[in-house]
Design a protein around this ligand. Structure first.
Ligand code: KG4
Ligand code: ZN
Length: 366
């Protein structure tokens, strides 16, 4: 850890986790998370208004906790990074407003960053600088895509994506059908360990020879699993929950890993990174390792706690922005709930920083 590496605080509020991370270069100093997940559980999904209110209440205490853990004072920071999108609009707004307030009050540069690129960049905290280019399989509750990045702060190229549900969404929906609660990923992961992944042959979406090589589809699988369960129930038979969980999970991770390895081979990339909440899945991690080993590809997956939403990932991308001299965002930065994955960095009002300067001067004199 060099003394001149950037010290950055990152704020994440895109969904139900209020995350505040502090990093020095690629070293993690603090990762404070306050989650409102328990409040949403009884509704079977995240309720946006509840999430926003919880962020508001947790914001300042979580920032203070992170600073205390890192043993630094806010005035030592080189920058404040914040998730500008994608995510729930009201939830994002709380983080963006807080980041602006701290940046303004402390006189520190502000960096609006993309949640999805942060899920990739977080791996630098664990395995060092990302090789360039890196192939990334990004699998979360709202997104599933294969991305090729030559520079995580400026160049993220989609190779393929889901045409319907995200992988995490499929886990959550099947868990609901099985009455397992929310979120579904962790509980299905746990039950699947005691089930037989070959018990039921569920369909592998978009896996035909004429199908798009890098796109995913989980909606047909979801319907097939739900129908299978309904049929069992209608016949008055017990549903073998562990076998269903294991067979469903196998269908998801089989397709994800096969397509990711194929993309690496086709593009001649010898590194695969897996990020996002679903990357916490133990079977996905094991099968990806097996297939990457066989193909001579180096696999990089952050530890499970860094795969699900957190503030450290935002700080990690912010730190990379500072290290690469990316321009800071202006204070007109706004939250963008549908920010495209191709925009890792959100400059603010205008995409051209010099131009922003001119425009504001113009406004001043007119
Ligand atoms: O990245 P994330 O924390 O939030 C979003 O940006 O969406 O991802 C949340 C998703 C949820 O759908 C959750 O069920 C899933 O990640 N997830 C898992 C596991 N842990 C979380 N899915 C499968 N296995 C897991 N162990
Ligand atoms: Zn996420």
């Amino acid at each position: 850890m060099a003394a001149d590496e950037p010290l950055v605080l990152g704020i994440e509020t895109s969904c139900d986790e209020t995350g505040v991370g502090i990093v020095h270069g690629t070293t993690l100093l603090a990762d404070a998370v306050a989650s409102s997940v328990d409040t949403h559980a009884r509704f079977g999904g995240v309720v946006p208004e509840i999430a926003s209110r919880a962020h508001l209440e947790a914001m300042v205490p979580t920032i203070e906790r992170a600073l205390k853990t890192a043993g630094i004072s806010a005035k030592d920071l080189d920058g404040i990074a914040v998730t500008a999108g994608p995510g729930l609009a009201g939830a994002l707004l709380v983080g963006v407003s807080a980041a602006k307030a701290y940046a303004y009050a402390l006189g520190k540069p502000l960096y609006g960053v993309n949640h999805l690129a942060s899920h990739i960049c977080v791996d630098q905290l664990e395995h060092g600088k990302l090789p360039e280019p890196t192939m990334a399989l990004l699998v979360s509750g709202g997104h599933s895509s294969l991305l090729l990045s030559s520079d995580i702060t400026s160049d993220v190229r989609p190779m393929g994506a889901t045409i319907d549900d995200a992988a995490g969404e499929a886990f959550d929906k099947i868990a609901r059908v099985l009455d397992l609660g929310f979120p579904g990923g962790p509980v299905i992961d746990r039950l699947a360990k005691e089930g037989d992944p070959a018990a039921i042959a569920f369909p592998r979406g978009l896996s035909g020879s004429r199908d798009p090589a890098y796109d995913f589809s989980f909606s047909g699988l979801k319907t097939a699993v739900a129908r299978w369960i309904e049929a069992k129930r209608a016949a008055g038979e017990d549903v073998p929950v562990r076998d269903v969980a294991a067979s469903f999970q196998e269908a998801v991770v089989d397709v994800l890993t096969r397509k990711a390895v194929r993309a690496c081979k086709d593009e001649g990339v010898d590194h695969l990174m897996i990020g996002g909440g679903v990357a916490a899945n133990s079977r996905l991690r094991a099968l990806a390792q097996e297939r990457c080993d066989r193909a001579g590809i180096r696999l990089r997956v952050p530890r499970p706690g860094l795969c699900t939403d957190n503030g450290a990932m935002v700080a990690a991308l912010g730190s990379e922005m500072v290290a690469r001299n990316r321009p800071a965002s202006d204070l007109e930065l706004s939250a963008d709930s549908s920010l495209p994955v191709t925009d890792p960095h959100v400059p603010g009002h205008s995409h051209d920083h010099d131009h922003v300067h001119e425009v504001s001067k113009e406004n001043l004199y007119s």
